[in-house]
Design a protein around this ligand. Structure first.
Ligand code: DX5
Ligand code: ZN
Length: 223
């Protein structure tokens, strides 16, 4: 069951494979699972919604056997409904779509749920959190982007902390996770947690020094 959003709940860590060694992806998934991750974050980019290309459903399917953790799929694409179906079939557990890339959000969130997956909504830094008001009942997760989507290794945008606080208030008492994604490291993790986030997505900070430090990095973020 998804934990309620409050600061006493355990913080979950969702390492972003965008910063992993792509030549060893299955092995990276296995190592990061053994290091204590809670979710595996997969950044799906199509070169249209964002200026970068990453994993297709066949890659997700091929790494699925390397971990029992939930696959936290972050869709930064156009053709959202088609991609929802493909990534659900490939082994996604949580599918997060962007408010900015979908015309009929209610319909797409219902599609995710109809496929038996958890539904998330992501907001880029310039999107106001009021867009959540009429879809709260369809959500399992809200992802606040603390960088502009497309690349790992960018700086945390501090103005997003107020957005996290405001969303934490909106979802109080509901079974919805609050995730923050982009520029999360030792210096910024505690700010996001204090603002109300309970899932930290982190790429470059966790992966940059190689497998020997994965477990240490994850525990640093949990503190
Ligand atoms: C950015 C992605 C993030 C990113 C996180 O578009 O959604 O998941 O890879 O990487 P860091 O932690 O390096 O910002
Ligand atoms: Zn992401």
């Amino acid at each position: 069951m998804i934990q309620r959003n409050n600061n006493s709940a355990k913080v979950k860590i969702s390492p972003s494979l965008l910063s992993a060694d792509f030549a060893l992806l299955g092995q990276e998934v296995k190592l990061i699972t053994e290091a204590g991750a809670d979710y595996i974050h997969l950044d799906i980019m199509d070169g249209h919604f964002v200026p970068n290309l990453t994993f297709g459903p066949d890659i997700v399917k091929s790494i699925r056997p390397y971990s029992n953790l939930p696959f936290d799929v972050h869709l930064m694409t156009e053709n959202v409904d088609e991609n929802i179906k493909n990534f659900a079939q490939a082994g996604a557990d949580i599918i997060t779509i962007h408010a900015e890339s979908v015309t009929h959000l209610d319909r797409s969130l219902n599609l995710i749920r109809s496929l038996g997956k958890k539904a998330g909504i992501a907001l880029v830094p310039s999107t106001h959190e009021n867009c959540l008001d009429h879809i709260l009942g369809l959500l399992d997760l809200v992802l606040v982007m603390s960088v502009n989507p497309g690349f790992c290794g960018q700086k945390f945008i501090h103005s997003q902390l107020n957005k996290i606080k405001s969303i934490a208030t909106k979802i109080a008492g509901k079974n919805i996770e609050l995730s923050v994604d982009g520029g999360v490291n030792e210096a910024t993790a505690h700010l996001a947690i204090e603002a109300g986030a309970n899932v930290l997505v982190s790429g470059s900070y966790i992966f940059q020094d190689g497998p020997d430090s994965y477990s240490h990095k994850i525990s640093q973020l949990q503190k």
